[in-house]
Design a protein around this ligand. Structure first.
Ligand SMILES: Nc1ncnc2c1ncn2[C@@H]1O[C@H](COP(=O)(O)OP(=O)(O)OP(=O)(O)O)[C@@H](O)[C@H]1O
Ligand SMILES: [Mg+2]
Length: 343
């Protein structure tokens, strides 16, 4: 088996044609609180290629949002700080980048879509104004040209009678439509990467599917890479090319969506999969939940952090395991805990 440390080397020698757009290496973000140091993101390493859709999954509190906010450098400081690692985007290191340049990157190259559009949209400005504002700022489009582009974007995200709707305010849109507007705003700066943090959690399942299909389609059409953060492994299996599974601030499994879905290797990934409804499951199969709670990130258990919750039988003591990733099949990596890896 190969270990993660040799991963980037082995990837360079693969035949993958796509260029690496985002390269996150050993990214470590801690919060320095009165109760102690919260190790929210604890040494994560992954790549996103141009035009690729990557899903990041894991239970609440495992560090998905803090990981994304670290890439965007919007971690509240204090108490949070990136304490180690690098984030290389289009060849530039974001961790050491000054705030002025970082603002340009955030506006033009990487866009973020958040869970609750009502808090991201300005309630007293029309949708048209909010779109034309970004278009003027980022693409220099003014007046009629800005309105035309705004209409085109709303149309692109599936809002009917787009020209007319530019005059409406956010409260006149439904939740799903507001999320579409947020995606239109994200697209307005023509980014290379969109990070969507639980973009559909607040919506009902039919609308969720529509929004995700839309985002997937746009990513393919525009060649935009997409990182979708969700706690729902069913969502990423369907819409992502590649999946990263996070547990207690670390990536514990990574692979193509196909591999993760059909050949989940870590006990935690299998637990997550068993807890989502599957279309291909036999009838009356009971959904399972993963017993126990995610660990305290101030004092995580030694070795494999999943050890206290591992339901598998066996005499291996996970607390002695390392958390290095090993390659189990091409492009499929898993945390090397012998007790948690399916043999
Ligand atoms: N401002 C903060 N101060 C202290 N701890 C924080 C702060 N923000 C986040 N954390 C901690 O960092 C850890 C990771 O949080 P994060 O928000 O990334 O989780 P998540 O995976 O996005 O969860 P969810 O699915 O609920 O959105 C959690 O333990 C959380 O309590
Ligand atoms: Mg989150």
């Amino acid at each position: 088996m190969t270990t993660k440390k040799s991963k980037s080397k082995s990837k360079e020698t693969t035949t993958r044609k796509d260029k690496v757009l985002l390269e996150v290496k050993n990214l470590t973000t801690h919060f320095f609180t009165q109760d102690g140091v919260v190790k929210a993101v604890d040494g994560i390493t992954y790549n996103v290629h141009e035009g690729e859709v990557v899903g990041i999954v894991g239970e609440s509190g495992c560090g998905k949002s803090v990981g994304a906010m670290s890439v965007m450098k919007i971690i509240p400081n204090p108490p949070g700080r990136i304490v180690d690692g690098s984030v290389t985007f289009e060849g530039e290191d974001l961790v050491s980048m000054n705030e002025a340049r970082m603002r340009e990157i955030r506006g033009n190259r990487i866009a973020m879509v958040f869970q609750e559009p009502m808090t991201s949209l300005n309630p007293v400005l029309t949708i048209g104004r909010q779109l034309t504002e970004t278009l003027e700022l980022h693409q220099g489009l003014k007046g009629e040209a800005g309105l035309d582009k705004a209409e085109e974007l709303l149309d692109r995200v599936g809002i009917p009678e787009a020209r007319q709707r530019l005059k409406d305010y956010p409260h006149q849109f439904s939740g799903g439509m507001r999320q579409r507007v947020m995606i239109a705003i994200a697209l307005s700066c023509d980014p290379k990467l969109i990070i969507a943090d639980e973009p559909t959690t607040a919506l009902d399942v039919t609308i969720q599917a529509q929004i995700l299909e839309l985002m997937q389609g746009l990513a393919k059409d525009f060649g935009t890479a997409l990182v979708i953060i969700t706690h729902n492994l069913g969502v990423v299996a369907r819409y992502a090319d590649r999946v990263l599974v996070m547990y207690a601030g670390k990536i514990i499994e990574e692979g193509t969506a196909e591999e993760i879905f059909h050949n989940p290797t870590h006990a935690y990934t299998r637990g997550l999969l068993a807890s989502v409804p599957r279309l291909d499951a036999e009838e009356h199969v009971r959904l399972q939940t993963i017993e126990g709670l995610p660990p305290d990130l101030i004092a995580p258990p030694p070795g494999c952090a999943f050890s206290p919750r591992r339901a598998m039988m066996g005499d291996y003591d996970c607390s002695k395991a390392t958390t290095d990733l090993v390659e189990v099949s091409p492009e499929h990596w898993v945390a090397n805990c012998p007790g948690c890896i399916e043999k």
